[in-house]
Design a protein around this ligand. Structure first.
Ligand code: GAP
Length: 465
């Protein structure tokens, strides 16, 4: 068995994800809806596995991190305090020939010129004008662009606007989940036994008015973030930051099973004024190395801003030392969708089979696989085999995500399970009726072994939980 190719192109992933029920374009029967996607039956299992593993790593197995689920709608002042109302904007230019709107920082990045989305319009236009002649529109190839203009990424709603001008400030859908953590810092300190250093973690939906680019689930307008904010003494910020960087790197390799050669660190060159340091963990997506997660040392900016805007003192009183201070924050922030795309890319494998032909197999780590075991009766038209297979499915599905399949022949069922990454296929055959054993076939080696029905729970528990 030879491995033909391991790094797929984006069309291969998009097509497999659609064909096999991982990811669908949103509102597809209406022609789709820009930069928004739906997760199908296997996609939602993969998402759930990603969130479960992240929660285990960040909350369940830590004594010093607690969870939170803050609301999507928050007081509009929060977005003023955070800087999002005034500064959370992308620089866009329009191609004068085909009218496509494009991210200027991305156009410049493609010709290796750095521009930060945090720069002012004037600063960006200065760089853009110097290099415009070398840039071609990715849609039509023309080289004629308008000046860059900044467009806010915050998504407004009419929440609470029952009468005209009821509220001057629009309610925004949250543009990042961590603001909900900062504004609950005091609640968590007052209601639990946490002591600095400690973290608050949460997973939730985020909305951004992103310019639609063809980057699939890498950049969407609605997505889920998994964010952990760790509150430290000012003197300990950088020490904790280095610890966090190490645990986040190890998480991708050990817990998610990503190939180390597909990951790298990228240090930010231009830091926002309050940040001490900022790194991204980049993954080798089908369109190259791009940000998967941000790990940032944010100083005391967030709590300073919310103290100023809310009028509530968010300093921390150290009971042991008597010291009072505004904690510094280090952050880990990653999208569920980007993690799913990294997992789909990493898992995709094409293998040449000994008897000829190829098979596509998604080699997810078994703990992340959407379906842990598929149960088959050897033949669909033998009631005894079907009844025994159904009994096994009923028992195992109390503990693991399983699938029952009696369609087509066993070979076809294996191919289908390979493409959705199911680590084990269990077949009930005529011997099973005699000796209460089944054939268990391993996804990666394709080897088969006989296992007693009564030992299936232990067999799977050791391998997929
Ligand atoms: N609180 C910090 C923060 O939100 P960010 O770099 O804007 O920082 C953090 O986002 C992570 O969220 C990114 O590393 C990425 O994984 C994910 N993310 C950001 N924008 C996204 C988008 N439009 N679509 C999908 N995921 C996105």
């Amino acid at each position: 068995m030879a491995v033909k190719k391991t790094q797929p192109n984006i069309d291969t992933i998009v097509s497999l994800a659609k064909r096999r029920g991982f990811i669908f374009p949103s509102s597809e029967i209406y022609g789709g809806y820009g930069a928004i996607y739906d997760y199908g039956p296997y996609g939602v299992e993969l998402e759930n596995a990603v969130k479960r593993e992240w929660w285990k790593e960040m909350v369940q197995e830590r004594q010093d991190i607690v969870g939170l689920d803050s609301s999507i709608f928050m007081h509009p002042q929060i977005w003023k305090a955070s800087g999002h109302v005034d500064g959370f904007a992308d620089p866009l230019a329009e191609c004068k020939k085909c009218n496509t709107r494009l991210r200027v920082d991305h156009l410049l990045e493609d010709i290796d010129v750095f521009a930060d989305e945090k720069m002012t319009e004037d600063e960006i236009n200065k760089i853009f004008n110097e290099h415009k002649a070398k840039i071609k529109c990715p849609s039509c190839g023309a080289s004629d662009f308008s000046d860059a203009k900044k467009f806010s990424l915050l998504v407004k709603s009419n929440l609470g606007n029952f009468t005209d001008n009821w509220s001057k400030e629009p309610a925004y859908l949250r543009g990042e989940t961590c603001q909900g953590i900062y504004v609950n810092f005091k609640n968590v300190v007052d209601s639990t036994r946490v002591k600095i250093p400690f973290g608050i973690a949460q997973i939730g939906k985020t909305f951004r008015n992103e310019i639609a680019g063809r980057q699939y689930v890498f950049r969407t307008r609605e997505f889920e973030q998994m964010e952990m904010q760790y509150f430290t003494h000012p003197d300990k910020e950088m020490e904790e930051y280095e610890k966090l960087r190490k645990t986040r790197w190890d998480y991708y390799i050990k817990r998610l099973g990503l190939k180390e050669e597909n990951l790298k660190w990228h240090q930010h060159e231009n830091l926002v004024f309050y940040a001490k340091d900022a790194y991204d963990i980049e993954y080798n997506f089908p369109f190259g190395f791009k940000e998967l997660e941000g790990v940032h040392a944010r100083g005391n900016y967030d709590l300073t801003q919310h103290t100023k805007f809310s009028g509530v003192d968010l300093s921390y009183n150290d009971q042991k030392t008597g010291e009072k201070y505004l904690p510094h924050i280090i952050e880990s922030s990653v999208g569920v969708g980007r993690t799913v795309l990294a997992l789909l890319t990493d898992a995709y494998t094409e293998e040449e089979l000994e008897g000829g032909g190829t098979r596509v197999v998604m080699k997810f780590k078994p703990t992340l696989a959407p379906i842990k075991a598929a149960v088959f009766p050897l033949l669909k038209n033998k009631p005894d085999l079907v009844a025994k297979a159904k009994d096994i499915f009923t028992e195992l599905s109390k503990h693991f995500m399983c699938e029952f399949d009696d369609n087509g022949n066993v070979g076809k069922r294996y191919r289908r399970q390979d493409e959705i990454g199911t680590p084990y296929c269990i077949t009930v055959d005529f011997d099973s009726l005699e000796d209460d054993t089944v054939t268990v076939r391993d996804r990666d080696t394709m080897k088969q072994e006989r296992v007693k029905v009564g030992e299936l729970f232990d067999f799977l528990s050791k391998r997929v939980l």
